[in-house]
Design a protein around this ligand. Structure first.
Ligand SMILES: [Zn+2]
Length: 300
């Protein structure tokens, strides 16, 4: 499969190269969740997925790189009670949503004709090692929007996730203010630009997509996002709860190109259920509706 971010830089390398953090005028309260209204839609289509394990013979050994991307159907069945995801179609040659750096686009889905959805995971409170294994097992692309306040006690956890090669890391502010529209331009800029510096320092990445905490933003947010060098604001169509998704329409079904919101949550937030159990439930719903999971960074 295609690596969402092929250059998995070492966190430690960048810690040496990059020094301090941005000045932060705001150190507001943070919330453990970012449930909120979803935003406006915009544009697209297809990406990558795991490759179902093929029978191997001694005469035709799998190349190492290919072997690493083989999904083990038996393992998924025994460990999660699930099957491999359908392979996503090849990504479009031209991105379905063209982001304008001069006016960061807000989107909550991607125009698509194929049955693909995008899985995004926010915040960072729960850090379940078993979820890292789950990412390696399913090999589907995930987009993580991380807030420094919620990850700083264990940056290495997300480095391990990043180094699986199946996740991209995007920006979710430094302190996770749920009321960004109530902040000044400079405060909002500090939240966004400050997190750019921290994510670069820790993971060597430069996010281009911003997810506002709680989905709350205004035009000042957009201006801050632009000033910080990001190009898009990503909302969502469905939000994963413990057992099922909160759908935006009464039909209660996924639609092609939908962006699904999840959170790094564990037993404390999930009434005793684990992150892996929640994600297993999500994956079951996606598979039951016949969707593949694609990489939003190849469409936007
Ligand atoms: Zn959040």
């Amino acid at each position: 499969m295609t690596d969402p971010q092929p250059h998995a830089w070492s966190r430690r390398r960048f810690t040496k190269i990059m020094g301090g953090a941005a000045s932060l005028a705001t150190l507001g309260t943070f919330a453990s969740a970012c449930d909120g209204p979803a935003g406006s839609p915009t544009s697209a289509q297809a990406a990558n997925a795991g490759v179902t394990k093929a029978p191997t013979t001694a005469a035709s050994p799998q190349p190492k790189a290919a072997a690493q991307n083989v999904v083990d159907a038996q393992l998924l069945s025994s460990r999660y009670g699930l099957k491999p995801f359908l392979p996503a179609p090849p990504p479009p040659t031209a991105k379905a949503i063209h982001l304008d750096p001069n006016h960061p686009t807000t989107f909550s889905d991607v125009p698509a004709s194929e049955k693909i959805v995008f899985v995004t995971i926010d915040d960072g409170i729960d850090k379940d090692p078993a979820f890292i294994q789950m990412v390696k097992d399913f090999k589907i692309p995930l987009t993580l929007s991380l807030a420094d306040t919620l990850i700083r006690d264990d940056y290495a956890y997300f480095e391990k996730l990043y180094e699986t090669g199946f996740v991209s890391i995007q920006n979710h502010t430094v302190t996770h203010p749920l009321e960004m529209p109530g902040l000044s331009f400079q405060q909002q800029l500090d939240e966004v630009a400050g997190q750019q510096v921290k994510l670069k320092r820790e993971y060597g990445v430069t996010p281009y997509i911003f997810r506002p905490p709680g989905g709350n933003y205004n035009e000042t947010t957009r201006a801050a996002v632009r000033q910080a060098g990001l190009k898009g604001m990503m909302m969502w169509r469905e939000a994963m709860e413990i057992e099922d998704m909160e759908y935006q329409t009464s039909r209660r079904q996924l639609n092609p190109g939908d962006i699904i919101l999840c959170h790094f949550r564990g037993p404390a937030q999930l009434k005793g259920k684990t992150m892996v159990q929640m994600m297993t439930n999500l994956y079951r719903h996606i598979q039951a509706q016949g969707f593949a999971v694609a990489d939003v960074t190849q469409y936007v």
